[in-house]
Design a protein around this ligand. Structure first.
Ligand SMILES: Cc1ncc(COP(=O)(O)O)c(C=O)c1O
Length: 400
């Protein structure tokens, strides 16, 4: 038989999903694993949102919708963006798709031809790298270390631009780092994007999860010339605990939105009609559920950051958003723990899972080889248990 397509065959499995699947399997086998791998809120979808979906089914809202989403949802998205970010978009500038991940895919489809370079600040969400490659694009990774707060500077961006550079993917607040770019940092980056004529995919899916009173600035808020070249990616997954409903959306120029809508019309057809009705309820209904979840995340973040920094051999900086911390394991490299030699964060995560029964995500594939991501989207009880186990594991305790 002939070979399968080269581009598709080169796509790597999502390591985040792989470790999460392994932890789930161990749990299904009766092993008491504490999971910190998940990239989704542990809260249930609020009741009023579920009720809207039930009503949609009862009302037979069960047919195809327009390929890029219902007008009702696009209007709801515009309203929320106006209220939360002070941005004015028309429904014709909104594209609804099956999750924010698919929105990044569709945005890259609209921008990238084979051979085009896309700048990706590291540490990055693993899917970006593979998605760029899926277009035949060339990822250009720009590393930002822990001492820089894991944030790329405008100068670094400018230095990475070549005549082949088409776009930048910015993720703010960031998965895996939880870091948030300030208004000034974004403004400087936006200036470079205009000067160098770059498109920007700004994934802002965690924007409602900010701590310490930090204020969010959307990338599109830095002037018309910036807004025109920006595709904002957002969705209901993280803010409303709706990961399984698969609704994400983009906001962009009408020209870009049309290209993305055409692409969708021949690929997904339309997002789920029922999930779209639920998303309307999420975006237009009471927002206190978002604040309640945010507060719970902030409390957990404070706890986990303090615990990690009190443990010998590991440390983390305090993130200002999302629900992840980046634990630095550099000091453990070269050591043997529970009979396992630790030469990388992958070795560390594997040993911690095997001996400590704690699932984390090594960030080698996220452009941060000496770091392990802990998602604190799990109960306080689990976080305490996980931290106790980490502490004991580092002293040589093993559960097996
Ligand atoms: C930065 C970022 N963008 C997008 C997504 C995907 O969101 P969705 O579930 O809406 O596809 C995730 C999920 O982990 C994420 O971390």
């Amino acid at each position: 038989m002939k070979e399968l397509a080269q581009i598709a065959s080169a796509v790597q499995v999502s390591k985040t999903m792989a470790i999460d699947a392994l932890a789930k399997q161990m749990r299904a086998d009766g092993v008491d694993v504490v999971g910190f791998g998940a990239g989704e809120p542990d809260f249930n979808t609020p009741d009023h949102i579920k009720a809207a979906a039930e009503k949609a089914i009862a009302d037979n809202v069960t047919r195809y919708t327009p390929a890029s989403g219902t007008t009702a949802l696009k209007e709801a998205v515009c309203r929320r963006m106006r209220e939360d970010c002070g941005l004015d978009y028309k429904p014709t500038q909104v594209i609804v798709s099956s999750g924010a991940k698919h929105c990044v895919y569709i945005a890259l489809r609209a921008l990238v031809d084979p051979g085009d370079e896309v700048i990706l600040p590291a540490p990055f969400w693993v899917s970006y790298l593979e998605l760029i490659r899926m277009m035949g694009g060339v990822p250009v990774v720009v590393g930002a270390g822990e001492s820089a707060g894991f944030k790329m500077t405008a100068e670094q961006l400018a230095a990475a631009v070549t005549p082949k550079t088409k776009a930048l993917i910015l993720n703010n607040p960031c998965n895996p780092t939880g870091m948030v770019y300030s208004q000034e940092e974004l403004e400087a980056i936006a200036k470079v994007c205009v000067e160098k004529d770059l498109y920007v995919i700004s994934d802002e899916i965690y924007y409602s999860l900010l701590y310490d009173g930090v204020r969010f600035a959307s990338f599109a808020s830095f002037g018309e010339d910036v807004k025109e070249r920006t595709i904002l990616v957002n969705g209901v997954s993280k803010s409303y605990a709706m990961t399984g409903w698969r609704i994400g959306y983009t906001l962009s120029s009408e020209r870009t939105a049309k290209v993305m809508a055409n692409f969708l019309s021949h690929s997904t057809g339309s997002p789920s009609s029922i999930s779209q009705a639920a998303a309307v309820a999420a975006l237009t209904g009471p927002q206190d559920c978002v604040e309640a979840m945010r507060r719970a995340f902030e409390e957990r973040r404070d706890y986990i950051v303090d615990r990690v920094n009190a443990i010998d051999g590991v440390s983390c900086i305090k993130p200002e958003g999302a629900f992840y911390i980046m634990m630095n394991v550099e000091k453990l490299l070269g050591r043997t723990i529970c009979g396992e030699r630790i030469d990388s964060s992958g070795d560390f995560s594997a040993a911690l899972l095997k001996h400590g029964l704690v699932a984390t995500v090594p960030c080698e594939s996220s452009g941060a080889p000496n770091f392990v991501r802990w998602s604190y989207s799990t109960s306080m009880e689990n976080i305490k248990k996980g931290m106790d186990r980490l502490e004991k594991f580092l002293k040589g305790w093993t559960a097996v």
